[in-house]
Design a protein around this ligand. Structure first.
Ligand SMILES: Nc1ncnc2c1ncn2[C@@H]1O[C@H](COP(=O)(O)OP(=O)(O)OP(=O)(O)O)[C@@H](O)[C@H]1O
Ligand SMILES: Nc1ncnc2c1ncn2[C@@H]1O[C@H](COP(=O)(O)OP(=O)(O)OP(=O)(O)O)[C@@H](O)[C@H]1O
Ligand SMILES: [Mg+2]
Ligand SMILES: [Mg+2]
Lengths: 230, 230
């Protein structure tokens, strides 16, 4: 499903050059629970952004479903993401002028074949699963940090994408709520064959992962295959 | 140092009334490591905002150093915070147009008795402690989530405040970096008698706390005294 060939990412800020990713090679199969771990600043978010077509590599190639996504222009990237991906951002990125309900509904508006009733059902069902039903009319600045994170998770899942990229999706959640979120994701993998790629510091998520890649200073220094795929 | 008497906080949003805090009574001594834990949405950030003079209670009184901070106007709150408090926000709240260095330096500019050399030493020392020296010329949108969090921590500590309120200060940090941050805080408590109040889901912080309050649905449902104060 995902292939990275010799991917490098370099940021230039003034006189400082940051090698955020140094020659990454990866092959990720469908229907897997993959986790990237590593120290703060090691390149996890950068890697997820490249896989998620939010950014392009400085060198090397990124393939999703055998499509080289680094060749897209901005409109093509946006269309590809809308159809195929769900993304949980490290800083949530909720739209301030939309309510919780509208934030979760938003990606569905981009898919024009979905009737209103079906859209409404999906949004409500996901809000229920993340425990945010009572808060659906509030705005992002009226909910707690962990509540924003749960809305971000719901939004990433609502289009039932084949690939979900989740950047520290449980960082602001207590134990019980974090497991609720992990369970929703496992259900989706079992029911729809969704592939989940996490960047995380949370040992609870790492514990559920089938494959764990360790990033350090922009390079993959370890990979561990943990479970048999069911 | 801190006293809360029958504190309530009610948010009104349209027709919905949220009782974020329901009659909190608290007494926190100096030089302690206090941790608030509880499910997402239970009121931790709200409580920290009240103690940190960023918000006022709907009912009840909040005393810091025997000063009733709920009576301040906005200018008085800002002045009081600048002299007495350090705050690590759940969403970091870094100033986008200032560099990492300038963000950490900022609270010192409000204290006008500090010579430039001393200011520079303090900023650099704290950046070193949180491992952000090499990044000091970057802007907030050029650093990772955990790096932003570390800058927010450094900024909260730079004025050597007698009270630090930290809202999930390790949520975005890996194990090793989180312990670095916890150690800096323990050093400050031992060296300067700083009081630390955390809102957190991180068992590492809870493990270091002397007193643990559990919040649930806006009320304190448990308090546990763990260690002897050294
Ligand atoms: N400005 C606001 N308007 C309306 N409701 C609010 C507002 N701010 C917070 N709330 C509500 O008050 C409750 C407590 O929020 P708070 O941010 O204190 O929770 P928390 O314990 O910090 O949660 P988390 O662990 O998710 O950060 C939540 O139900 C939240 O939705
Ligand atoms: N826009 C940018 N310009 C310059 N440097 C950047 C930019 N974005 C990220 N970096 C740098 O690239 C490196 C990797 O960043 P990245 O956000 O991928 O780390 P991370 O592993 O997600 O960290 P964390 O666990 O703290 O979220 C960091 O050193 C960061 O400072
Ligand atoms: Mg990151
Ligand atoms: Mg909070």
């Amino acid at each position: 499903l995902i292939r990275l060939e010799n991917v490098r990412k370099i940021y230039q800020t003034g006189e400082v050059t940051v090698q955020a990713l140094k020659g990454i090679n990866l092959d990720i199969q469908k229907k897997s629970f993959v986790s990237f771990i590593g120290p703060s600043g090691s390149g996890k978010s950068t890697l997820l952004n490249l896989i998620g077509c939010l950014d392009k590599p400085t060198e090397g190639k990124v393939f999703v479903n055998n499509v080289e996504v680094g060749l897209f222009n901005r409109a093509e990237s946006a269309a590809f993401r809308g159809k195929n991906l769900g993304f949980v951002f490290q800083n949530f990125n909720l739209i301030p002028v939309l309510t919780v309900y509208e934030n979760v509904e938003y990606p569905l508006l981009m898919l024009d074949h979905l009737p209103l009733k079906e859209r409404n059902d999906r949004v409500l069902r996901l809000l229920e699963k993340v425990g945010m039903t009572d808060q659906k009319k509030k705005y992002p600045n009226q909910i707690s940090g962990g509540q924003k994170q749960r809305v971000a998770v719901a939004r990433a899942l609502v289009t039932n994408p084949q690939l979900v990229l989740a950047d520290e999706p449980t960082a602001n959640l207590d134990h019980a709520t974090a497991f609720k979120v992990i369970n929703i994701m496992q259900e989706m993998t079992n029911e729809f064959g969704t592939t989940f790629i996490f960047s995380t510091h949370d040992p609870k998520i790492v514990g559920e992962a089938e494959i764990i890649y360790t990033l350090e200073d922009g390079a993959i220094v370890n990979s561990e295959i943990k479970k048999e795929k069911k």
